[in-house]
Design a protein around this ligand. Structure first.
Ligand code: FAD
Length: 396
């Protein structure tokens, strides 16, 4: 059996145990104590994130030569799982900073760009954000209308982005703009934009989110933001590949975060079921409750295995888009289902924010939406299976 098939991925390597134990401890000591208040107040937990930076976590995905910890995708899957277990807002911050930005730049940026930005991202001196979505372009990312107009030896960006996580405090953005909207995905280009660029303004999204309430979700405006030619990431017109490359990293983070939600709910259901007595018995001894606990445990393991397989393929540099989508789809659907069931299992205790399960239940639907909705993940999976219709005259 080949290692890359995913067999045996449940058995962690020594370096995975180190990563898991460190992140479990930091999640419990630094993030768990502030998660509820940050959610209620809807404030980004900056002090906690700075404390994680001091432990090297903001550089986990980058090589030691760039100031990072040099963790691979399997170690990172443990990181996202452990932080997701206590707080999806912090896990989301990390998925964007580490996956969508740091790993994406490590993969696609030119040496001078990498040398300038990666050590700052690794140390946490600056946070990263990934700006793709627009009011008129969500799932259809090739429809972006933020334009890059040629301006001497560089570019000027005009347009607006919405729902940009880390968007209020980020020190650098990967911004996707088009050099010609008519070219659709072939016009999309990735630009590096510093947080203090002239003409860039940012504000919090209006409304109160269902979950991820201590994340920064921002609306960005680009009013003629000047970008030098050497701040294009990859090729002009090659930004769609950069965007999708970032998502291949980020989606593993979302899947692993969902495994964290599943594990947290399973732990809560077991603990409560053992302690709570009704009709003279432990709630955990009723067969209908046992059926739910058994099914939740099985789905948690299945989600974890799919996630580890996707991460293992990333470690081996193997094509993995379908497997990443499968992990994201299954784990996030399971997180929605079982967080709702855990609210039921805990009765009234699951319905108030004195239990983290209430927050897990509100955070889980976001996991189905971002980094490609779960309907889009199904399209990715099905396309990989049935291929393209190459018959002449067929529509795509
Ligand atoms: C908490 C949160 C954080 C986010 N962070 C970021 C971020 O950091 N950076 C960023 O760029 N974006 C971010 N987003 C935006 C997110 O990526 C988009 O919301 C997502 O891609 C979906 O786009 P949309 O909301 O416009 O939905 P739409 O694309 O308008 O979709 C609406 C519905 O139609 C369905 N649909 C669309 N096309 C198809 C199709 N071809 N076939 C079948 N069904 C289809 C969708 O699945 C969905 O159910 C974030 C969103 C949230 C909620």
């Amino acid at each position: 059996m080949s290692e890359a098939t995913g067999d045996g991925v449940a058995l962690p390597r020594p370096q995975d145990v180190v990563a898991r134990d460190l992140c479990r401890r930091l999640a419990r000591e630094i993030v768990a104590p502030i998660a509820r208040e940050a959610d209620v107040e809807r404030v980004f937990p900056a002090a906690a994130v700075r404390a994680l930076a001091a432990e090297g976590i903001l550089g986990a995905a980058l090589p030691t030569a760039r100031g990072g910890l040099g963790w691979d995708a399997l170690q990172l899957s443990h990181l996202y799982e452990e932080f997701g277990r206590v707080d999806q807002s912090v896990r989301g911050f990390l998925s964007v900073h580490l996956g969508l930005v740091s790993q994406c730049l490590h993969e696609f940026a030119a040496e001078a760009q990498a040398a300038h930005w990666l050590p700052r991202l690794a140390s946490g001196e600056i946070f990263g954000a990934y700006a793709l979505t627009e009011v008129g372009a969500g799932s259809d990312a090739a429809a972006i209308a933020t334009v890059a107009e040629a301006d001497g030896d560089g570019w000027r960006l005009r347009g607006e982005k919405v729902w940009i996580t880390n968007g209020l405090s980020a020190g650098v953005f990967i911004v996707f703009a088009t050099v010609d909207p008519a070219l659709r995905h072939k016009g999309v280009t990735a630009f590096l934009v510093p947080g203090d660029a002239d003409g860039l303004s940012r504000e919090r999204m209006s409304g109160v989110e269902l979950g991820h309430r201590s994340s920064e979700h921002a609306r960005l405006r680009f009013d003629g933001v000047r970008v030098a030619r050497d701040q294009v990431v990859g090729e002009v017109g090659g930004g769609f590949k950069v965007a999708m490359g970032g998502l291949d990293h980020g989606r593993i983070g979302v899947a692993a975060g969902a495994v964290g939600t599943l594990q947290a709910c399973l732990d809560a259901a077991i603990e409560f079921g053992r302690a709570r007595r009704q009709f003279g018995r432990r709630v955990a001894d009723f067969q209908m409750v046992q059926q739910r606990i058994a099914d939740m445990a099985t789905d948690t393991d299945a989600a974890r295995l799919l996630t580890r397989r996707a991460a293992l393929l990333a470690v081996h540099g193997v094509e993995r888009t379908k497997q990443v989508s499968m992990a994201k789809l299954f784990a996030t659907e399971a997180a929605c289902k079982w967080s709702a069931e855990t609210v039921l299992l805990l009765g009234s205790r699951g319905y108030v924010n004195e239990s983290p399960v209430e927050r897990h239940y509100r955070d889980a639907p976001g996991l189905r939406i971002y980094e490609g909705t779960n309907l889009i993940q199904r399209i990715v999976i099905a396309r990989a299976l049935v291929g393209k219709d190459t018959r002449q005259g067929a529509t795509s």
